[in-house]
Design a protein around this ligand. Structure first.
Ligand code: NAP
Length: 244
């Protein structure tokens, strides 16, 4: 991954699941990574693993609901590792319920974490990317941000909006050489998928499969535009609609 070597990434959700997987993949490819989430012990675990394999990792704990903490983490990353070339918004939560049962506190938390925080971070890194005419934004949305599944409530709305945010970013920044993707996976076998207790883990995507797609996207030539919506469905989801 020559083009990414020695660049800097800021990865939210880096303490677990998809974010952790992407952070480790980037580190293997020579990218210096800032690891963002709340649980410092988990960030420490991921950082140690990265360093053991010769990579560079900075721990930047922050709560995605805290805009000031996010801005401080961005500043700390730029000062310590250098300007951010890759932003990965993987941190997220899931609250599901039909609309007639919706809890507005859950709604507020979901929107703050799944939508507002990625917006704050994209807005924070884009000016520098535009100046350097280079940058990658990877927003982890969901299959539930492409199709409408009954009962997915605030989660579905936040992920549809995150996908649109990403499409806007791509359109507004294409001339600056910036690429943005909304990765839209179905069930992925991570701690988050535990709420889907009826789903067989063997039918889910793996973190490695999702990370492999992200790696593929990052290594394509600079003139190639894929997405910005990247739908990754499992072959074994009986509920997936046949067509978009
Ligand atoms: N698993 C699936 O089936 C699936 C499918 C489609 C899309 N996705 C999306 O993929 C992304 C990653 O999820 P995952 O499956 O990897 O789940 P996960 O393993 O549970 O990871 C969730 C991550 O979000 C972080 N997070 C949650 N609330 C936070 C907060 N208030 N402040 C800071 N960080 C917070 C967690 O870190 P801390 O707890 O340490 O703060 C953790 O690192 C999410 O956006 C999710 O919606 C998941």
């Amino acid at each position: 991954m020559d083009t990414l070597n020695a660049t800097v990434a800021f990865v939210t959700g880096a303490s677990s699941g998809i974010g952790e997987g992407i952070a480790k993949m980037l580190a293997v490819e020579g990218v210096k990574v800032a690891l963002v989430a709340r649980r410092q012990n988990e960030l420490q675990r991921v950082a140690e693993e990265i360093r053991r394999h010769g990579g560079t990792a900075l721990i930047a704990p922050a709560d995605l609901r805290d805009e000031q903490a996010l801005r401080a983490a961005v500043e700390q990353t730029c000062n310590t590792l250098g300007p951010i070339d890759i932003l990965v918004n993987s941190g997220g939560i899931i609250n599901v319920s039909p609309i007639h049962d919706i809890d507005m506190q859950d709604w507020d938390a979901t929107m703050a974490i799944n939508l507002r925080a990625p917006t704050v971070l994209c807005a924070a890194v884009l000016p520098g990317m535009r100046k350097r005419k280079r940058g990658y934004i990877i927003n982890i949305a969901s299959e539930a941000g492409v199709f409408v599944y009954a009962g997915m409530g605030a989660y579905a709305i936040s992920k549809h909006a995150l996908r649109v945010l990403t499409e806007l970013i791509q359109e507004e920044n294409q001339a600056f050489g910036i690429k943005a993707w909304a990765i839209c996976p179905g069930f992925v076998d991570t701690p988050m998928a535990a709420w889907a207790s009826g789903t067989n883990r063997d039918d889910m995507l793996t973190v490695e499969e999702v990370v492999g797609i992200v790696r593929f996207l990052l290594t394509q030539g600079k003139n190639i535009k894929l997405g910005p919506k990247i739908l990754i469905r499992t072959m074994r989801n009986p509920f997936s609609p046949a067509d978009e």
